[in-house]
Design a protein around this ligand. Structure first.
Ligand code: GLY
Length: 366
């Protein structure tokens, strides 16, 4: 297995996603991309910079004289234009120019926000991702989607900005809380379900090693997921069509995030949304009942929820309405034609969604 994946999007510079077990090649890789006079502004999640900020800065200092770090308390509530504006002010004050670069050090929220800063500050400056959660390693750090929330809508304002480099140090996963690790597993399982049935089976067969974060298994898993993501990003970088398949489980997932006021994490809601989407795939006779139940139970093996208590079903259905609609007013919904093959469906109705949400509703009085 290789320890990198190269993503080549037409009309943009190809970039590597490196899978390493320390930060020791960071400065060397950076120096091939950014001149030593370049200034680096690390935008970091405070929880992460406490643990790894010094390591990353001392790596950069081997090459670069000017390294700054903005440390932010990050959550969905301050993934906002206000926080972006604070970063602009800091960088303006320090006289950052277009020749300089932003480095994201943290999970998905940090990467999306820092990416948006880099895409818009002076119409765009260099961008590097150092993802530190499983979710950001397998999904959000590669592919160029950046953005922030606006007016209660998730990722409503954003831009596409491909990074120059994504540097993964797998050992940082050892400090990740169990719940966050499990959350990342939802995107991993999604990757197998939509694109690679053998990988899906491999995940089921090796859930013990994966849950124990065995380095060898985790590295292989990252490589597989990033490669699956690469296929979609290279084919449809700006999500005109097929890239939407990566959003399997996300229509109902996003609605549940909003419904639970983000008390349930993105990955937990994607797991619930995936169970619901698998149910619709079964109702449309793409999956057998056994396959649906196998998918549902697989999330349990990876410590993810498959039901929520007393869901207000109408409210969740209402929240799914902000997702993209087709000309006949139905949602573009991602289903499984079979395990390992995601498809975009335009004939999923609100009634289908209502029935699927009922499947993940747990009524203690029933
Ligand atoms: N997270 C899905 C995508 O990047 O398209």
């Amino acid at each position: 297995m290789e320890d990198f994946v190269t993503v080549s999007v037409k009309n943009t510079a190809p970039y590597d996603v490196l899978i390493r077990s320390d930060f020791s090649s960071l400065s060397e890789r950076m120096s091939a991309l950014f001149d030593e006079k370049c200034r680096l502004c690390i935008i970091a999640d405070k929880n992460v910079s406490k643990l790894y900020g010094e390591d990353v800065i001392s790596e950069f200092k081997k090459i670069y004289e000017n390294v700054d770090m903005i440390e932010l308390e990050l959550g969905e509530a301050n993934k906002s234009l206000d926080t972006v504006s604070k970063c602009y002010s800091y960088m303006l004050e320090k006289k950052y120019s277009r020749k300089d670069a932003v480095v994201a050090l943290g999970g998905g929220i940090c990467g999306d926000l820092a990416g948006f800063v880099s895409a818009t500050y002076m119409r765009g400056i260099g961008f590097v991702q150092i993802p530190t959660t499983l979710l950001s390693m397998v999904d959000s750090s590669s592919g160029g989607k950046t953005g922030v929330n606006f007016d209660d809508y998730k990722n409503m304002v954003g831009a596409f900005k491909m990074p120059a480099l994504v540097y993964i140090n797998t050992t940082v996963l050892n400090s990740l809380p169990d719940r966050e690790y499990a959350s990342g597993m939802a995107e991993v399982l999604k990757s197998g379900l939509i694109k690679d049935g053998l990988f899906y089976e491999w995940l089921i067969n090796n859930f013990t090693q994966i849950n124990e974060r065995d380095t060898e298994y985790v590295s292989e898993m990252l490589y597989k997921c990033i490669n699956i993501k690469r296929l979609y990003v290279e084919k449809d970088p700006y999500e005109k069509n097929e890239r939407a398949i990566l959003n399997f489980g996300h229509t109902i997932g996003h609605a549940l995030e909003k419904y639970t006021d983000f008390e349930y994490s993105h990955g937990e809601c994607v797991a619930l949304g995936s169970v619901a989407a698998a149910y619709i795939s079964f109702k449309k006779e793409y999956l057998s009942a056994e396959e649906y139940y196998e998918i549902r139970d697989m999330f349990v093996s990876f410590e993810l929820p498959i039901s929520l208590e007393n869901i207000d079903i109408d409210k969740v259905v209402e929240y799914t309405r902000s997702d993209k609609k087709n000309s006949s007013g139905n949602l573009r919904f991602i289903l499984l034609k079979k395990i390992g093959k995601g498809i975009i469906s335009e004939d999923v109705t609100e009634d289908d969604i209502r029935e699927a949400v009922r499947q993940i509703n747990f009524d203690p009085n029933d």
